[in-house]
Design a protein around this ligand. Structure first.
Ligand SMILES: Cc1cc2nc3c(=O)[nH]c(=O)nc-3n(C[C@H](O)[C@H](O)[C@H](O)COP(=O)(O)O)c2cc1C
Length: 412
């Protein structure tokens, strides 16, 4: 049997029958820009809430070791800010030299379990917490944040250039810490998304207006990261296929965004959706756990706001299997780099179909939070579908000491 790896699909030639047939692609190795992964399932970045003071903790290391031991090909350390002023919470990592040795402990633990490790790098722009970053947040344009009840400053060109460098340096530190890839967060209404989206970018300079201008800052970031990490290091980009509100990014323009990222040097794209400060549950679907969010939130204003207006502020959309497939397909068909499917991949049949359709990999969040052994169990035939009920109480849990499946724990 001879296996040939093409971006996004692997074909095995079975000599005995002299014909070409698809191998069991989901559990056969895949490749992103030279990085060999043991199968096609990657744990997506799901904020862990385990980094008090912005530090790597034993709990965070154990969390990712457990995911790796559960069979995923790669695990993603969620939202790490490229600088101190890009944080929404006190327990979010910001990248700095002094934590590189601890990050190395995390990547070592993951590698020992046979998986690769990726790190999500971002900046949350206008929804950074003034309390946490000790100054007024910055964004693409001046904007009021309903969840924080605060305005941000529009970034100056100097500040934009500074952030480009911050992303480059953060990626360099990630590589030094033993990560196998970086994932740039350009979706969910984070800073890059704030530049890409016409809903938040009202700039009149070379960073606003046309799609070319709105992509200038994200493109510069990808190029700077490439300069720092070299050609043989995968850069993944999590982007939006749509923002979820009138005046935001729509799928047609997201296809163009994807092409810009490919041209800038991205090695794989993850088309998600939603805007954390406006449509936070679009990327998740299922129940909105307002009661738990209120009781776990530390900020009094947010607690009051959520109690009074939570049901109006946070729209609830029903969960559907593969709920982001339509837009993801459009993006896949427009680029030649691997596109990683994300959103409601919970059944073995769906996952196999997604890979057979030509998606390079699948990212999975809640199914693995619910059961860290899920990938091994799928592979061994013990289960064919996740029984995560999309109550989304794991989202509230991350604000109260660390993410875990609340439903499962209650059943024990
Ligand atoms: C508890 C929790 C935390 C999350 N935090 C992040 C995050 O930090 N960064 C991110 O890009 N996505 C985050 N997400 C979204 C997931 O990565 C993923 O896009 C979403 O859950 C849909 O995938 P799923 O249906 O497989 O869960 C989070 C999801 C959950 C459930």
């Amino acid at each position: 049997m001879v296996c040939v790896y093409l971006p996004g699909r692997d074909m095995c030639i079975d000599n005995s029958f002299n014909k070409m047939e698809k191998s069991h692609s989901l559990f056969s190795p895949g490749n992103i820009a030279g990085l060999e992964l043991r199968n096609k399932i990657i744990r997506s970045g799901c904020f862990e809430g385990m980094s008090q003071g912005g530090n790597v903790t034993d709990k965070l290391i154990e969390h990712h070791r457990e995911v790796a031991a559960g069979g995923a090909a790669m695990t993603t350390v969620a939202y790490c800010s490229v600088s101190f002023d890009g944080r929404a919470f006190e327990n979010e990592i910001w990248m700095r030299e002094e934590i590189v040795p601890d990050l190395h402990k995390l990547t070592d633990a993951v590698h020992k379990e046979g998986a690769a490790a990726s790190i999500q790098l971002g900046h949350c722009g206008y929804f950074a917490s003034k309390k946490v970053i000790k100054k007024t947040p910055v964004g693409a344009s001046r904007k009021f944040n309903l969840f924080r009840l605060s305005y941000c400053h529009e970034m100056s060109v100097n500040q934009i250039e500074e952030k480009v460098e911050d992303f480059g340096k953060a990626a360099q530190m990630a590589k030094k810490a033993g990560f196998n890839a970086v994932e740039v967060h350009a979706g969910h209404g984070y800073l890059l998304s704030q530049f890409i989206s016409p809903w938040t970018n009202h700039r009149k300079d070379k960073y606003g207006g046309s799609i070319e201008n709105r992509m200038r800052f994200p493109v510069d970031i990808i190029k700077r990261i490439r300069k720092y990490v070299g050609n043989d290091f995968p850069i993944l980009v999590k982007m939006n296929q749509f923002d979820g509100m009138k005046g935001g990014l729509e799928v047609e323009e997201a296809v163009e965004v994807a092409k810009y990222f490919e041209k800038a040097g991205a090695d794989a794209l993850i088309p998600s959706c939603g805007f954390t400060s406006k449509t936070p549950f679009y990327m998740l679907r299922g129940n909105v756990p307002i009661k738990e969010m209120v009781s776990n939130h530390k900020d009094l204003f947010t607690k009051i706001g959520l109690t009074l207006f939570g049901r109006i502020m946070v729209e609830e959309l029903p969960f559907d299997k593969l709920f982001l497939a339509n837009g993801a397909r459009k993006i896949k068909d427009a680029v030649s780099i691997p596109v990683i499917y994300i959103g409601g991949a919970i059944s073995l049949t769906d996952m196999k179909n997604v890979i057979n359709e030509g998606f390079g990999f699948i990212q999975m969040g809640r199914a693995i939070i619910h059961d860290p052994q899920f990938v091994n169990k799928l592979k061994n035939g013990e289960v064919t579908e996740s029984d995560c009920d999309h109550c989304n109480r794991c989202v509230a849990a991350m604000d109260a000491g660390g993410v875990y499946c609340v439903t499962k724990t209650e059943k024990v």
